[in-house]
Design a binder for this molecule. Structure first.
Ligand SMILES: Nc1ncnc2c1ncn2[C@@H]1O[C@H](COP(=O)(O)OP(=O)(O)OP(=O)(O)O)[C@@H](O)[C@H]1O
Ligand SMILES: [Mg+2]
Length: 252
């Protein structure tokens, strides 16, 4: 059974249909990618899936649970974590503290009180810190635990961001352009980390422009163009799809 089911999803911004009748499923344990040219509707699709804003019509069902009317924190609590197209580190906080913030949505104290630095019990604080260290270690950046996150190299900031999302202990991880702004070595590294996350049993849905990364790590690919789904297949078949080749390479 599908972990995530997107059905006839639409998003209208005034006269623009940014997402047009898009349907697809994400099965447990897979890395699924959404690709398409700039403005195709990929981030808009993610925003509806994560509850950032409502769909104009259609449905998103996550673990048999209809997301209609749900707020992002409710979606997160239910087991869906996301990262954003632009890296968002909390500046003035260490890598460890950035991951601890992600963890607080799991704790009884909650995400918002953690943001406003309300007191937690020491025991809870300690448990959160230990768990956050585990995620930093998983992403191979524990040596930077006490470094100001915003001073790290982009590739390392990406890893902190992934650790922060994993701290929610999600079933599904949404990644919006995890390789954006990274050099080829950092991109390969992020690809390896995403595969490692998938191998832990966490399902991944990602938007990405770096085609070699997408083709390398994805189990299945959805192609969007002007809001519409024009293809959905394995990386091998997508690379040979005439319509996909046309939108990426032009008529010739
Ligand atoms: N809040 C908004 N209000 C109005 N139009 C919007 C809004 N957000 C996105 N759009 C428009 O919707 C379309 C899809 O945008 P979206 O950001 O989803 O594309 P994308 O596929 O993520 O592109 P990119 O690859 O550049 O990140 C674009 O034409 C964009 O200008
Ligand atoms: Mg986008």
């Amino acid at each position: 059974m599908a972990l995530l089911e997107v059905y006839k999803l639409n998003k209208r911004f005034g006269g623009l249909l940014a997402v047009n009748d898009v349907s697809f499923q994400v099965n447990p344990g897979q890395i699924k990618a959404v690709i398409g040219p700039n403005g195709a509707g990929k981030t808009t699709l993610f925003n509806m899936i994560s509850g950032t804003f409502p769909a104009t019509s259609g449905s998103v069902v996550f673990q048999d649970w209809d997301l209609k009317g749900k707020k992002p924190f409710q979606v997160a609590e239910r087991g869906m974590a996301r990262t954003f197209q632009n890296i968002k580190m909390f500046s003035g906080m260490t890598a460890l503290e950035n991951v601890m913030v992600g963890r607080h949505v799991q704790s009884s104290a909650g995400f918002f009180s953690s943001m406003f630095r309300m007191p937690w019990t020491w025991k809870e604080e300690r448990a959160i810190r230990d768990k956050a260290m585990e995620f930093l270690a998983l992403l191979e950046i524990e040596e930077f635990a006490n470094t100001d996150a915003s001073s790290l190299a982009f590739g390392q900031q990406r890893a902190v961001e992934l650790a922060r999302a994993l701290a929610l202990e999600p079933q599904l991880l949404l990644l919006d352009e995890p390789a954006a702004g990274l050099n080829i070595y950092e991109t390969a590294e992020v690809g390896r980390l995403i595969t490692k996350i998938r191998d832990l049993g966490i399902t991944v849905l990602l938007v990405e422009h770096d085609m070699s990364l997408v083709m390398d790590i994805s189990d299945e690919i959805v192609v969007l163009c002007f809001g519409e789904k024009i293809a959905e297949d394995s990386p091998q078949n997508i690379q040979q799809d005439p319509e996909v080749i046309k939108i990426y390479l032009g008529e010739d």
